[in-house]
Design a protein around this ligand. Structure first.
Ligand SMILES: [Zn+2]
Ligand SMILES: [Zn+2]
Length: 415
């Protein structure tokens, strides 16, 4: 009897994030790709795993494509004994973020290496390192019962790892039955700037600003840290990061050649509130370790044309107490998605600069492929079916996309 293969998108069939996808066989074997927390829920609200996942039925393994909450955020709701697989740096990032921002994760991860296939029950999995704003993000090729499924995870081809995606397009995996692809940027015709273009934008900004440049970006976005660091080197400035970002850079430094504490043109600002927070979490050794690479916030008030200062809402109070208040000759840049600027932490940062009449500039590029690049990628992969996920603007009849099979959350497609 031939085995049938099913594909179910439990969550994210028509929303950005919260990915939870299942590949199953008629023998009852199940493999889960990502267990994300949806993005459109308030930070502290409780979200459950999708009902249709049915935890009472056995699962062979769970694969996590990368260390973004909308792909792993519901991990703790899974039984502890369930095997979880991900990249090596991804496992470390998930553990670090969980320890600092949420509850520590006390489960073990089996880690994979790019391009090295491994087996989970009847499933053969090949992880393919890709280009995304999260470090160590993967596409996943899953083979089972004669079917081949490629899951794109989140990706782009305008970041610092663009060549990985371009190489895959030039030499695509053959005979793909289903491509499960993200579509974050659908509905916008805007092309996406490359990280190198952004680097030049920052170089211009740093050169023409007489005082400090304040930048708000995500400490986990290693590509952006590299962009800022390179722009600092080109303009003789020093990039000032907080303890958390410094810790992330130390961790990622074990996996790639990226700037880290101890390198020239990089300093760690050690602030009271963040140090207290680290102490409460039993992590004072991190602060102590950073002191030798550190500067106090007071220093940022001196030689102002030297610094590019990381700005987060949690640092503002310490900066203000140390006399680091922006002025109208300086500039601040929001280097994240503009949608985050009008709520919570983003709003607090915006208010701080608006109060001091400091001009702003938005220098950013998306962590996801542009609409045109998504279509091009899908055409190169040339799968028999394209199943959309992680997008709010997917339609059946999209020009430039191969035939789209749209399914609803929880609905199973037999491949
Ligand atoms: Zn995502
Ligand atoms: Zn992501």
């Amino acid at each position: 009897m031939t085995r049938q293969v099913g594909l179910t998108v439990h969550r994210s069939a028509s929303a950005i994030g919260g990915n939870c996808i299942e590949i199953s066989t008629s023998q009852g074997d199940r493999l889960i790709l990502d267990v994300g927390k949806p993005l459109d829920v308030p930070e502290d609200s409780e979200v459950k795993l999708p009902d249709t996942l049915g935890l009472y039925r056995p699962i062979s393994g769970v694969l996590l494509s990368h260390a973004h909450q909308d792909h792993y955020g519901l991990l703790q709701a899974l039984p502890k004994n369930l095997p979880v697989f991900c990249g090596e740096a991804t496992a470390k990032l998930i553990k670090l973020s969980s320890e600092i921002m949420h509850e520590p994760i006390d489960r073990s991860f089996s880690t994979w290496k790019s391009d090295q296939p491994f087996v989970v029950g009847p499933f053969k999995v090949t992880p393919l390192l890709t280009d995304h704003s999260a470090f160590d993000a993967y596409m996943l090729l899953v083979e089972v019962a004669g079917k081949r499924i490629l899951y794109s995870g989140d990706f782009r081809n305008h970041g610092r790892k663009a060549t990985l995606v371009e190489r895959l397009m030039r030499n695509p995996p053959t005979d793909i039955d289903v491509l499960v692809m993200e579509g974050t940027n659908l509905g916008s015709d805007k092309p996406c700037k490359s990280e190198s273009d952004l680097e030049e934008d920052f170089v211009g900004l740093f050169n023409r600003t007489p005082g400090r440049v304040f930048v708000a970006w995500s400490g986990q976005n290693a590509d952006r840290t590299v962009t800022l660091y390179r722009a600092c080197k080109k303009t003789g400035r020093t990039l000032v990061v907080d303890t958390y970002t410094a810790e992330v850079l130390e961790l990622l430094g074990e996996h790639a050649k990226i700037p880290r504490p101890g390198w020239p043109n990089l300093k760690v600002v050690v602030t009271k509130n963040l140090s207290r927070f680290y102490r409460r979490r039993g992590r004072e050794e991190v602060t102590e370790r950073m002191v030798k690479y550190g500067i106090s916030a007071n220093k940022l008030a001196m030689t102002p044309d030297k610094w590019v200062v990381m700005t987060r809402s949690s640092l503002i109070e310490d900066y203000a107490a140390a006399g680091v208040t922006p002025d109208p000759n300086e500039v601040w840049s929001w280097s994240m998605w503009s949608g985050y600027l009008d709520k919570g932490h983003g709003q607090k940062i915006k208010d701080w600069f608006e109060k001091s009449k400091t001009p702003s500039t938005h220098i950013h590029t998306s962590g996801h492929a542009s609409s045109a690049n998504l279509g091009e990628f899908a055409r190169y992969i040339n799968a028999k079916k394209l199943i959309p996920v992680h997008g709010a603007a997917w339609r059946y009849d999209m020009d430039d996309f191969p035939s789209i099979t749209k399914i609803r959350d929880g609905e199973q497609l037999i491949i």
